[in-house]
Ligand binder design. Structure first.
Ligand SMILES: Cc1cc2nc3c(=O)[nH]c(=O)nc-3n(C[C@H](O)[C@H](O)[C@H](O)COP(=O)(O)OP(=O)(O)OC[C@H]3O[C@@H](n4cnc5c(N)ncnc54)[C@H](O)[C@@H]3O)c2cc1C
Length: 569
C-alpha cells in the first residue's frame, strides 16, 4: 500500500549533525543534574515505560541498559522508531506540551534509568538553560523526523476529491501532528478494506487513531478530542488570563504571559498560526532574511509557549463571552465555561468570499483560501487562478508558480500598486509563469460529476468580454473580516465590526448601540476594549496594520497591560 509522507517545513533536518542533535549523548555532569531532579529506577527487559495515548509521561535518562521506541501501526504491527543506550534520553514535543504520547517505549536490556516525573521535568527545563536547549532541540527534531517519515499515530484514508479530507489533513499538518495518508483514489487494497467495513462515500475520510479508534469523517472537534489536542483543561480554575485565538498575536501573548509568570490558557478553534499559518513564505518579518513559512513560525512559537508553561486548547472555539460579572467567562462550542481575571482577544480575521453563486459547494474541491504545500501538490503541472491584489495573493501566486503550469492572477482593481508591496509586484512582473489580469472578476464556476471545479468564467470589466477556461483550482485571497461575532455586545466595535481599543473608544468611531467604557476611576489602557481587563490585539482590532510583526508586538504589549489590570482587582 503506497503511503505518502506528510509534508512539513519546520526546521529541515538536513544538517549533517541533525541526527546527533536529535539523539545527543549526555555527559556525566549533565546526568548528575538530571539525577537531582528525579529518581533512580532499575528496569528489566520487556517493561513498557510509556505507550501511545498516555499523558504527562515521565522523562527517562539511561545510565545503563537499553530500550526501544516503537510505534504500533494500524495493522497491529510495531514500526521501529529508534533505540536508546547509555547516555541517551527519551521524549519528544509531547514531553513539554503534556499532550498524549505518540509512541511505545520498551526496555530491551536491564539497567538503571533516571526517571523524572513530568512536572519535575518541566521545572528542570525552566531552571537549567543548557539542558533546556539540548532537550528542546532534540524534541523538535524528533517530532520532525516522525512527521517526515509519516510515523504518526494517525492514519488518514481519504480522497483528493473530498473537501473533508483536505480539512482533516490541513488540521493535522497545521497542528504538526504526524500522520500517514493513504489515497483511496489510487490504492485499491485500501478501498477493498474499507468496503469490507461498509465505509460509505460520506464517511470519507476515515481516520484511525492509535490503530484502534476508527473515526468516520470526524469533525475537527472530534479529532482534536481524540488526539488530546484540546488538552486536559481544568474548568473549575480561574486563570490570570485567557487568550482567545492562536494566530501570531495570541501566540505572542501566550509566550510573554507564561514567561512572566501568568497562568495563561490559549483557546484556538482550528490550528495555531492563524492567517500567517497559511502563508507559504513571510519575507518581511524581522530576523528572517530568507523568509520563513507561517507554519514554521507558529510551530516554533507553540513550542516556546509550552516551554514557559502556557496551556493550549486546540479544536474548540469560543462561542460567547459572559461579561455580566468578573471573573469573565468564555463559553466554548461544547458549552464548557472557563473563567479568567483578564481576557486577550486575538481572534483575527476570516477570508472574504467573492459573490459567486455556487462558491460554497466547491470549497476544498477547487476553491481554496490558503496556498500551502498541500494545496500546491494538488495542482502540480496544472493551470490555477489566484484571486486578489494584496500581498497574500501576490505571495500565493509566486509560490504556486513554482509547481503549477500557469498562474492566472485576477485583480478587480486596475493595478497592484496601491495594494501590494513593491518587491512582490516586481517578482510577479518578472515571472513568466504568472499572467496578470486587472479589472477582472470571476462570474461563474462549473463543476464535474465529482463536485470538483472544472471550468471558470471571468469577465474583463473594461471591455465586458467574458471567457471560460478549463481550470480546476482557484485560490481566493481577497482579504478578511474581523471574527467578533462571538462577542455579542460585550465590547464596543467600529462600524466594520473591528474592536475599538484605548483612545479610539472616545473618538466617535463607535458603532450605534455599542457599549461604552464603564470605569470612572481611569481611562482605558492602550489595547483595552470598552470592557475593563479585556484587551484586543492584532487583526481583530480597529486600526490594525495587518502585519505579523505588529500582531506579535501587540500581543507582547497586551501582557504588560494585563499585569496592570490584574493589580486593580
Ligand atoms: C496568505 C497570507 C499571507 C500573509 N503574509 C504576510 C506577510 O508576509 N507579512 C506580514 O506581516 N503579514 C502577512 N499576512 C498577514 C498576517 O498573517 C496577519 O496580519 C496576522 O496573522 C494577524 O495575526 P492575528 O493573530 O491578529 O490573527 P489571525 O492570524 O487571524 O489569527 C486568529 C486566530 O484566532 C482563531 N479564532 C478565531 N475565532 C476564534 C474563536 N471564536 N475561538 C477560538 N479561536 C478563534 C483563528 O482560528 C486564528 O487561528 C498574511 C496573511 C495571509 C492570509
Amino acid at each position: 500500500m503506497p503511503m505518502e509522507k506528510t509534508a512539513y517545513s519546520w526546521p529541515t533536518p538536513s544538517a549533517p549533525d541533525a541526527k546527533t542533535q536529535a539523539f545527543p549523548e549526555l555527559t556525566a555532569e549533565q546526568m548528575n543534574r538530571i539525577r537531582a531532579a528525579g529518581e533512580l529506577r532499575k528496569v528489566v527487559p520487556g517493561e513498557i515505560l510509556f505507550a501511545p495515548d498516555d499523558t504527562d509521561i515521565s522523562f527517562f535518562a539511561l545510565l545503563s541498559g537499553g530500550m526501544e521506541i516503537v510505534q504500533p501501526d494500524w495493522s497491529g504491527q510495531e514500526r521501529p522508531v529508534t533505540t536508546h543506550g547509555p547516555g541517551h534520553f527519551t521524549g519528544e514535543i509531547t514531553m513539554i506540551s503534556g499532550k498524549r504520547c505518540l509512541v511505545r517505549g520498551r526496555v530491551t536490556e536491564a539497567g538503571e534509568f533516571l526517571e523524572v516525573k513530568s512536572a519535575d521535568f518541566r521545572s528542570l527545563v525552566a531552571r537549567d538553560a543548557e539542558l533546556c536547549e539540548i532537550f528542546m532541540r532534540a524534541f523538535i527534531l524528533r517530532r520532525l523526523l516522525l512527521i517526515t517519515h509519516g510515523m504518526g499515530n494517525v492514519l488518514v484514508m481519504g480522497s483528493r476529491h473530498s473537501a473533508n479530507t483536505l480539512r482533516v489533513r490541513e488540521f493535522l499538518t497545521r497542528n504538526a501532528h504526524p500522520y500517514t495518508y493513504i489515497d483511496l483514489d489510487t490504492d485499491s487494497a485500501a478501498q477493498a478494506f474499507l468496503d469490507r467495513f461498509d465505509v460509505k462515500l460520506t464517511d470519507v475520510p476515515v481516520v484511525v487513531c492509535n490503530s484502534q479508534n476508527l473515526l468516520r469523517n470526524p469533525t475537527t472537534q472530534q479529532l482534536a478530542d481524540r488526539l488530546g489536542l484540546s488538552g486536559n483543561i481544568d474548568n473549575t480554575h480561574v486563570r490570570d488570563v485567557i487568550i482567545v485565538g492562536a494566530g501570531p498575536s495570541g501566540l505572542a501573548a501566550a509566550v510573554y504571559a507564561a514567561s512572566e509568570g501568568l497562568d495563561a490558557l490559549v483557546v484556538e478553534t482550528e490550528a495555531p498560526g492563524g492567517q500567517a499559518g497559511s502563508s507559504s513564505k513571510i519575507e518581511n518579518y524581522l530576523g528572517f532574511p530568507t523568509g520563513v513559512s507561517g507554519q514554521e513560525l507558529s510551530s516554533r512559537a507553540v513550542a516556546q509557549a509550552h516551554k514557559f508553561g502556557a496551556k493550549m486548547m486546540v479544536g474548540h472555539g469560543v462561542v460567547r463571552l459572559d461579561c455580566s460579572k468578573r471573573p469573565y467567562q468564555i463559553v466554548l462550542d461544547n458549552d464548557e465555561k472557563l473563567a479568567a481575571r483578564a481576557i486577550i482577544i486575538s481572534t483575527g480575521a476570516q477570508y472574504n468570499k467573492p459573490q459567486i453563486a455556487n462558491l460554497k459547494e466547491f470549497e476544498g474541491r477547487g476553491i481554496y483560501y490558503g496556498a500551502t504545500f498541500i494545496e500546491s501538490q494538488m495542482c502540480v503541472g496544472e493551470n490555477v487562478i489566484v484571486v486578489g491584489g494584496a500581498n497574500s495573493a501576490g505571495q500565493a501566486a509566486v509560490f504556486l508558480a513554482q509547481s503549477a503550469r500557469k498562474v492566472y492572477m485576477l485583480v478587480r482593481r486596475d493595478g497592484l500598486a496601491d495594494t501590494m508591496s513593491r518587491y512582490l509586484i516586481q517578482r510577479i512582473s518578472e515571472n513568466p509563469g504568472i499572467e496578470l489580469h486587472c479589472n477582472t472578476e470571476i462570474t461563474a464556476l462549473e463543476g464535474d460529476g465529482d463536485g470538483q471545479v472544472r471550468s471558470v468564467t471571468w469577465v474583463d470589466k473594461r471591455t465586458g468580454q467574458t471567457s471560460t477556461h478549463d481550470i480546476c483550482h482557484v485560490f481566493v485571497m481577497t482579504g478578511a473580516s474581523p471574527r467578533t461575532e462571538w462577542l455579542q455586545g460585550c465590547v464596543a466595535l467600529d462600524n466594520k465590526g473591528f474592536i475599538l481599543t484605548g483612545r479610539d473608544l472616545d473618538d466617535g468611531h463607535l458603532a450605534p448601540s455599542s457599549p461604552a467604557w464603564s470605569l470612572h476611576s481611569r481611562a482605558p489602557l492602550m489595547l483595552e476594549t470598552s470592557l475593563p481587563g479585556v484587551f484586543a490585539v492584532g487583526d481583530v482590532r480597529s486600526g490594525n496594520v495587518k502585519r505579523v510583526a505588529s500582531a506579535v508586538g501587540e500581543g507582547a504589549i497586551a501582557v504588560h497591560l494585563v499585569h496592570r489590570a490584574l493589580a486593580e482587582i
